[in-house]
Ligand binder design. Structure first.
Ligand SMILES: NC(=O)c1ccc[n+]([C@@H]2O[C@H](COP(=O)([O-])OP(=O)(O)OC[C@H]3O[C@@H](n4cnc5c(N)ncnc54)[C@H](OP(=O)(O)O)[C@@H]3O)[C@@H](O)[C@H]2O)c1
Length: 232
């Protein structure tokens, strides 16, 4: 690493991608625009891919009951709930027991491959969960369950490229908002907005229709697109 690079403070570099205030403004606009009932994140946003996972107590008993949706009434029927903080956690890695914010409880979206010990932890800590998919969360089914079981119409995600990429490939995104920063990073390992498997020979890119743009004096551009039906 050259002398110039070591002199750059990481916090300063993070600011190049937008200060806390700028991101808060952006997310505020998104909240106002969509009024989402679910704020969706991927598990990597809460637990890094290489993190050492907390050991869980061995589970004794018949786990069959565990592999069904768990929506305890004392949480779900709370009148003060103003949305859900949901995480796609197909492998059962988010084990902090975090129950969410006062008016926005945590909701785990899990697959059948998670361990009974992990589901036991969610039950013990009163964290609701929905289950769909064998190895990973079946994103289509889980969105249907969100509607059927919790009457969710709008989901907003600001997750990383992998979850966004998976949602894109499954054709599950209706609108995409991008905040372009006037900066170029480059690099081979730099994360992308949509990290998904390469297009198959018979697959088309996702076409977007421009809804709105806002150009800031600072050089930032906010763009809002509608996702058009994929060609097939
Ligand atoms: N500063 C910011 O505002 C900001 C914003 C975005 C991202 N980031 C950074 O980006 C990183 C996280 O991004 P990421 O792309 O690594 O992770 P991610 O967005 O959390 O994506 C991984 C999630 O997608 C799920 N997933 C991926 N493919 C799937 C499929 N085919 N079917 C079902 N589920 C699927 C994974 O499920 P499993 O649970 O089963 O693995 C996991 O929950 C973090 O380091 C974060 O700091 C930062």
């Amino acid at each position: 690493m050259g002398p110039n690079r070591t002199m750059i403070d990481m916090d300063e570099r993070d600011d190049v991608l937008g200060t806390r205030e700028e991101w808060e403004e952006f997310y505020g606009t998104m909240e106002e625009r969509y009024r989402p009932e679910v704020y969706l994140e991927g598990s990597n946003m809460l637990v890094s891919e290489d993190a050492e996972l907390r050991d869980l107590k061995p589970y004794k008993g018949d786990p069959d009951e565990f592999y069904r949706d768990h929506l305890p009434k004392k949480i779900v029927d709370r009148p003060d709930i103003n949305g859900w903080l949901a995480v796609v956690d197909g492998r059962g890695r988010v084990r902090s027991g975090y129950t969410g914010e006062e008016e926005k409880p945590m909701l785990h979206l899990v697959s059948h491959s998670v361990s009974p010990e992990y589901l036991g932890l969610l039950r013990k800590t009163d964290i609701p969960y929905l289950i769909a998919g064998e190895e990973r969360v079946d994103l289509e089914k889980i969105l249907k369950k969100l509607k059927e079981k919790l009457d969710v119409d709008t989901v907003l995600t600001s997750s990383g490229g992998k979850l966004s990429g998976a949602l894109l490939r499954r054709g599950l995104l209706d609108e995409i908002n991008i905040r372009f920063n006037p900066v170029i990073i480059g690099g081979f390992d730099t994360p992308t907005l949509f990290a998904s498997p390469d297009l198959e020979e018979d697959e088309w890119p996702t076409f977007l229709k421009l809804i709105d743009t806002e150009v800031k004096d600072s050089g930032h551009i906010f763009v809002r697109y509608e996702v058009e039906d994929k060609k097939s």
